[in-house]
Ligand binder design. Sequence first.
Ligand code: NAD
Length: 424
Amino acid sequence: MSTQLNGGSPRYNPLESMNRRFDAAVEVLGLDKQFANVLRVPDKVVMANIPVTMDDGTIQVFEGYRVVHSDHLGPSKGGIRYSMDVNLDEVKALAAWMTWKCAIVNIPYGGAKGGIKCNPRAMSKGELERLTRAYTVSMKEVFGPESDIPAPDMGTGPQEMAWIVDEYSKIKGQNSWAVVTGKPIVLGGSLGRVEATGRGVMVSTRSALAKMGIKPTEATCVVQGFGNVGSKAAKLIEQMGVKIIAISDISGGYYSDEGIDVNAAIEYVANSDTHTLEGFKGVEKVSNTELLELECTVLVPAAMEDQITPENAHKIRAKLIVEGANGPTTAEADSILDEKGILVVPDILANAGGVTVSYFEWVQNRLGYYWTEERVNRRADRAMKLAFDNIYAASEKYNINMRLAAYVVALDKVSTTLKLRGSF
Ligand code: NAD
């Protein structure tokens, strides 16, 4: 069912999509409703109105959220999003997805997510710094290396994480590197973190193509979104021998039958004034709608939520969808893709490479001993491959699609922990 979000323009509600899949997994597992009721809702929701002095001297108030969905498997973990579309339902859905994701890749974390309703592109560096530090102060009782560990998400990156670690460390009176991941390398970041999510998307693509009996050199790929996840995934999938025939970002879609030179596109974005693909040469311009409907072997949605919906799902001509973004497919579109025989590697599996390396960063911070990039990549690839094989086996065991299988595996693990730990 489509819903109007509180204050947002999206027509689909990611929380509703999450809940529908959750309920279906509860049915498959035959999970006792009393445990399902605990895990269907977040543990904790914190909302703060954050006043920030802008460069022109005026004070503006920003809405900031942190939702802790679960800490049954360990401290909660999840990114912070800066976007005008941030709203409580979205943050709740993203927090729950983090719980399932961490369970799937077998890391000892629960799930959380944060967000600030703001337009980071319209703010100066100084304004962003004051906002990030003020948000950290508001969330000082929630964040902590043993309680809740934020990371970057859309609209945030290593610089915001550096401000968070600095502000939190000042509050605590000591350097607390492990309070946040996705930090710059010189501030305790991990080698391999920047590429980690895209790498996981690549490992998922490679594993799925192998199951489908398709050679990478015979495959084509379309990538929606050319930010951290999309550009790195495109580069690594291209390195596998797959021809990348289209890419896109906020400025539109770019298609080439001959294949796109992904490194050239990355360089173009880095040097362009707008930091987008606008004006990228030697390609045909297509709309984002057309891009999703292109004939290809692999489609990687790596931009944002609700891109594959009942309106366009029946027009999708990919054989395989590997979800780099969180929630790119609405729950109503799942059955349409199933009927078309499209294999979908769901978000909570496909993009879990990022949180896996975030976990490695936290481990390295606590050890005070730093790994080589080769070691990080090797361990992350192994974790992603194991998770893929495990979910694929569960989908065969229960005769369900991989998305439902991923929820089933995650829910089984978290609910078992919940039963063992007990409650008041
Ligand atoms: P980003 O901000 O770096 O990139 C987003 C990209 O999407 C940009 O290229 C932007 O231009 C493009 N985009 C925005 N609106 C678009 C539209 N309407 N059509 C086409 N392209 C559009 O963000 P990111 O970190 O790459 O995250 C992308 C997705 O992956 C999000 O759903 C995020 O939650 C998810 N994710 C990110 C990570 C991570 O490590 N960064 C980890 C897991 C999941």
